[in-house]
Design a binder for this molecule. Structure first.
Ligand code: UDP
Length: 248
């Protein structure tokens, strides 16, 4: 679907995209919980870009601002139980984002991999695609529904399933792409504009976990890793300007 913009969407680089938003992006300065102003800023950018470029937009939200399975496991909890708590955390973030998007007039649907009929549709691939075709933003919650996975892997999986043209992995930790090393600790680290999946895996570059990268590699799904906190970045990269790091 790369470069498949229709005549109605001449500037869109991809017709359907999947945006991964980490839970921590929602936390803002506090580093924990949900900062309404931050969610508002992300939602506004999504709505504007979607409207202007006519892009079909699906979103996977993380849960790290509330709970991470590894933290629970590290404290002695059963790992699978702790991971289910993490998946539930993603639902809370999904509902926050849904509310904010809808207040901005954007129709949305939340689909959860863990069944929760009162608050979200179950994840049904074909229905998700139909929602996208109707102009709704679809937010995928509950991760993959399986412990021992991450929401990065969820993003890769859902992107492949809905045949998105690209996986946009938004970062929020001050880095604006993939570097040769951690730029926060190594001043000599340089930013890479493009890398291969195998570079990421073999060199252990900080991008996404190896399960997610492998899934993208096996399915030829490009990834753009970019700074989600930078105003206008989503628009810039969807318009084809060089933002972040391209993995393919
Ligand atoms: N999680 C899981 N299976 C999945 C997705 C997520 O068990 O398919 C759990 C896992 O415990 C993880 C937590 O949900 O730590 C929150 O997701 P993640 O850490 O990926 O969130 P992010 O880092 O994006 O905020």
């Amino acid at each position: 679907m790369v470069d498949a913009a229709s005549p109605d969407t001449p500037r869109a680089r991809w017709a359907r995209v999947l945006l991964k938003v980490s839970g921590e992006a929602f936390a803002g300065e506090a580093g924990y919980g949900i900062d309404g102003a931050v969610v508002q800023r992300i939602a506004r950018e999504i709505v504007e870009v979607r409207d202007d470029l006519g892009i079909e937009m699906a979103i996977v939200v993380g849960g790290g601002n509330i709970w991470r399975g590894m933290s629970g496991a590290g404290a002695g909890m059963d790992r699978a139980q702790a991971d289910y708590m993490g998946m539930l955390a993603t639902v809370i973030n999904a509902l926050a984002l849904q509310d904010t998007l809808e207040q901005l007039g954007q129709p949305t649907r939340v689909q959860s991999a863990i069944h929760m009929a009162q608050v979200a549709e179950p994840y049904i691939r074909r229905r998700a695609i139909r929602h996208l075709e109707k102009g709704r933003v679809v937010i995928f919650a509950g991760g993959t529904g399986n412990p021992f996975f991450t929401t990065d892997t969820t993003a890769a999986l859902r992107a492949v399933e809905i045949e998105a043209g690209v996986l946009l992995k938004g970062t929020h930790s001050g880095t604006d792409g993939i570097y040769t090393d951690d730029p926060r600790t190594n001043p000599d680290a340089t930013k890479l504009t493009e890398v291969t999946y195998l570079d990421v895996l073999n060199q252990g570059l900080r991008a996404m976990d190896s399960t997610a990268i492998t899934l993208c590699m096996d399915n030829d799904l490009p990834i753009v890793m970019f700074d989600l906190t930078g105003d206008g970045n989503v628009r810039a990269l969807l318009e084809g300007r060089p933002v972040g790091t391209l993995v393919r």
